[in-house]
Design a protein around this ligand. Structure first.
Ligand code: G16
Length: 542
């Protein structure tokens, strides 16, 4: 029987950079998850009788919310739900499943790299039929519905068994519990030269892959240990845990410190990588060689043709605006277009659908291609391994060669976390207020060439997204960018992105902090970060 339950709106259900992310306790309020799920369904047109994909990264509350989603999907007229066994689907695997099943869309339950557990974070994200995150016009509609919602529909029914693979029914809706790993692993095998990678591993090439007790564990064990023959134990922290073992599943130099230290040790493996809560981010570290996400995008784009899935070359490269310009130089050399989008994978979907870009990437440790419509951590690791197997050089040698060819974009992101939201807003307002006066003025970073608030016009549908980050551009091509994170759940996080380009004949082996020191000082001078935030240094540098 379908119940129509009266409810009242919550004022805080506007999706951020990637869906709705809140503390678990916020989601545990009566009607909270239901309101948001109904607001998603109310924003859809034509979903009756269609397929919905449902899965998540296994974090605390995953299983409970899956039951709510299934009962509400049945009550709202979906014809079929595909659920990852145990409620597990990595974000890229969910994207693949949406695409291959012809689903109308999917609900992915994850707060990505944010920590999990009863006192930590949960999230719900809606992906559309191309497998990608809902574009802004959909998330705007969801936000509008959430503000006026007065009822939701849910089936009164027993919980569904999501642990046994097979089919069942929930009211008029069919439920299929599917293997979350196999089809995704097959997709990877179709793109990359598995025999070459397997041969290199058999020849003694060593790997350390940290799944951070999050969703990629089962995927990584299947692909790297079973299909590619890496020794058992290559995958570290490979069992998904609801609280990620009390860790923060964010593959950066702070939270993946153990992997970093192992890769810097005298007896380090040849290649190290980590992925995040829902498996879409990646961290790449060669022996004694950390690779920034922006550099990783550039190297992958420059060498993608070495992998069978990309042998025909790339149609274009897309990167988010704060991501360094390293990929731009690769695009220029390849004679293909480079697209600069706002932060958020959702902005790549149209370019990929239109066949304008093949590879996309972001400074926030995301890289991916047109094989799905999400960023994909394991994909990035496999493309690196394919390139290493063909070039038979170390990661450090490949980086040195890349910089000697294209020059080097020294790059760092400084995060000021947990600051008061009003203070963060005041900093951005003050900065916006002085943009017009900055060009031509000198500071520690050099002379400001131009300053603006990034706006994006999507070349496929002409939709416009404004206020996507403040850019201070210098005469020598250096940049400082300021924006507020859209994925946090507490206070505000100010992100300051700092970049300096040095040509192929310049100094290519500086320590990043030294190379960027004048620009770091300039960021403080221009934005008075310490004055606004009370912090004299960032909480995280990546
Ligand atoms: C999400 C988006 C990414 C974006 C990142 C950073 O990543 O999917 O496209 O780059 O947030 O967002 P922000 O700087 O606003 O915190 P994820 O991995 O959290 O889904």
């Amino acid at each position: 029987m379908i119940s129509t339950v009266s409810t009242t709106p919550f004022s805080d259900q506007q999706p951020g950079t990637s869906g709705l992310r809140k503390k678990v306790r916020v989601f545990q309020q009566p009607h909270y998850a239901e309101n948001f799920v109904q607001s998603v369904f109310d924003s859809l047109d034509g979903h009756a009788g269609q397929t919905l994909v449902v899965g998540g990264d296994g974090r605390y509350l995953n299983r409970e919310v899956i039951q709510i989603v299934l009962k509400m999907a049945a009550a709202n007229g979906f014809g079929r739900a595909l659920v990852g066994q145990g409620g597990i689907l990595s974000t890229p695997a969910a994207s693949h499943l949406i695409r291959t099943s012809g689903a109308f869309g999917g609900l992915i339950l994850s707060a990505s790299h944010n920590p999990g557990g009863p006192d930590e974070d949960f999230g719900i994200k809606y992906n559309v039929g191309n497998g990608g995150p809902a574009p802004e016009k959909v998330t705007d509609a969801i936000a509008a519905h959430a503000l006026v919602i007065d009822r939701y529909k849910i089936l009164d029914a027993r919980d569904v068994d999501i642990d046994a693979i097979g089919t069942s029914r929930l009211g008029d809706m069919a439920i299929e519990v599917v293997d979350p790993v196999a089809a995704y692993a097959d997709l990877m095998e179709s793109l990359f030269d598995f025999p070459a990678i397997r041969a290199q591993i058999a020849g003694g090439f060593t790997l350390a892959l940290d799944s951070m007790s999050a969703v990629t564990g089962p995927y990584a064990v299947e692909i790297f240990e079973r299909r590619l023959g890496a020794p058992a134990g290559t995958v570290l922290n490979g069992t998904p845990l609801p609280d990620f073992g009390h860790h923060h599943p964010d593959p950066n130099l702070v939270h993946a410190r153990a992997l970093h230290d192992r890769m810097m040790a005298p007896d380090a493996p040849d290649f190290g990588a980590a992925s995040d809560g829902d498996g879409d981010r990646n961290l790449i570290i060669g022996r004694h060689c950390y690779v920034t996400p922006s550099d990783s995008l550039a190297v992958l784009a420059a060498n993608a043709h070495l992998a069978p899935g990309y042998a025909a070359g790339l149609k274009g490269i897309a990167r988010s605006m704060p991501t360094s310009g390293a990929a731009d130089r690769v695009a220029e050399k390849l004679g293909i277009p480079l697209y600069e989008t706002p932060t958020g994978w959702k902005f790549f979907g149209n370019l990929l659908d239109a066949g304008m870009a093949t590879i996309c990437g972001e400074e926030s440790a995301g890289t991916g291609s047109d094989h799905v419509r999400e960023k994909d951590g394991i994909w990035a690791v496999l493309l690196w391994l394919n390139i290493l197997a063909v070039r038979k050089q170390s990661v450090a040698a490949i980086m040195a060669d890349h910089w000697a060819t294209y020059g080097r974009n020294y790059y760092a992101r400084h995060d000021y976390e947990g600051i008061d939201k009003d203070c963060a807003d005041a900093l951005m307002v003050a900065l916006r207020g002085k943009l017009g006066a900055l060009p031509g003025t000198p500071n520690s970073g050099g002379t400001v060439k131009s300053a603006d608030d990034f706006a994006y016009v999507d070349p496929t549908d002409q939709s416009v997204s404004r206020q996507q980050g403040i850019r201070i551009l210098f005469d020598d091509g250096s940049r400082i960018i300021f924006r507020l994170s859209g994925t946090g759940t507490q206070g505000a996080t100010l992100r300051v992105y700092i970049e300096r380009y040095v040509g192929p004949k310049g100094e290519l082996a500086l320590a990043t902090g030294d190379a960027l020191a004048p620009l770091i000082a300039a960021a403080q001078e221009v934005a008075d970060i310490a004055g606004h935030t009370g912090m004299d240094r960032p909480s995280v540098i990546t």
